[in-house]
Design a protein around this ligand. Structure first.
Ligand code: UDP
Length: 309
């Protein structure tokens, strides 16, 4: 296959570029480097099946030659990032998805949208199955990401129904691993940096809110299987092992053998109280389930952050 990956220099995007190259495909990575980084794809430039284009996908995009798949992964993706870049986040989810869909249609390529568990908002159903419509505050600070992704799903399904285009929609739950940015503000990089440096570990709220963390290699294998499948409705990909944020902080502190104190900070607006994927669909139709246990993945990620710091 010859595939275009928008956001290919980002955390998840760069792991996807690597996976597709490993599987023998050609990859065009497109990224405006707003939150993506060239360091993430440095090791891929020697590969003649890899190329990089620096471009903002909210503008018209063109790629010469055939394409088998367009994977739209461009977007700021951590709550801190989309608070810093609210308008680019709305634009890449809305205008960027439109441009990427238009390119896929022109090339008769399969389109894959990176959607998110955020489309479920602060869910009042736990775990969240794909049929749950969510509980999103459209005008809250997180709404810029949640609503852009909800629009992106609607746009993708409209192209599928109206233009009969092959599409895949993956709802990605919390993912962690090497190449997360130290400064991206998410729980895993914050807690790891704080634990390694012996600084206070900042738990927001009382830490009773839950998340379910998937190691990035598990996520990438699920995305690959989904692309090769024929499922044209959204599919949750994530790890259903649900823990509280306080448990996550304590686990990272223990694994890092850190003496840091765990302190409390205010809970950000609209922070979801619970989040856990129902992955019955992915298990049944893709034969996929995550393999990497939390502590094993956290240890690998700690190794990365220690080296980075
Ligand atoms: N969080 C925290 N301390 C931090 C960063 C995040 O307690 O330094 C909390 C955050 O409020 C949320 C959870 O950890 O409840 C996961 O946050 P993250 O930013 O990783 O991703 P989210 O799941 O909210 O998109």
């Amino acid at each position: 296959m010859r595939v275009l990956i928008t956001g290919g220099a980002g955390f998840i995007g760069s792991h996807l570029c690597e996976l597709f190259l490993r599987e023998g495909h050609s990859v065009i990575c497109m990224d405006n480097l707003l939150t993506g980084r060239l360091e993430n794809i440095d090791a891929l430039f020697h590969n003649e099946r890899f190329s990089f284009v620096k471009q903002d996908v909210t503008n018209f995009i063109h790629v010469a030659g055939p394409l088998d798949a367009v994977l739209h992964f461009a977007s700021p993706a951590s709550p801190v990032d989309y608070l810093h870049f609210p308008i680019p986040t709305l634009k890449v989810g809305a205008l960027g998805t439109h441009k990427a869909l238009g390119l896929a249609k022109d090339k008769k390529a399969t389109f894959m949208l990176a959607s998110t568990s955020e489309i479920y908002g602060d869910p009042d159903v736990n775990p969240q199955p794909e049929r749950y419509w969510g509980n999103v505050n459209p005008i809250g600070p997180r709404g810029v990401y949640d609503e852009a992704k909800r629009f992106a799903e609607a746009m993708t399904m409209a192209y599928h129904r109206f233009h009969k285009m092959p599409v895949r929609i993956v709802r990605i739950f919390n993912t962690y691993g090497p190449r997360m940015r130290i400064q991206d503000g998410r729980a895993v990089p914050n807690f790891m940096t704080q634990a390694i440096k012996g600084r206070p570990i900042t738990v927001y709220g009382d830490g009773s809110q839950t998340r379910s963390l998937c190691y990035v290699s598990d996520l990438a294998s699920g995305l690959y299987k989904l692309l090769l499948s024929d499922i044209e409705t959204p599919v949750n990909i994530g790890n259903p092992h649900e823990i509280t944020v306080l448990e996550l902080a304590e686990t990272i502190k223990r694994l890092a053998r850190s003496k840091s104190k765990i302190i409390r900070k205010p809970l950000p607006a609209d922070d979801p109280k619970q989040r856990c994927p129902d992955i019955a669909l992915a298990k049944k139709r893709l034969g996929w389930s995550p393999k990497v246990q939390l502590e094993e993945g956290l240890k690998k990620t700690l190794g990365y952050f220690k080296a980075e710091l």
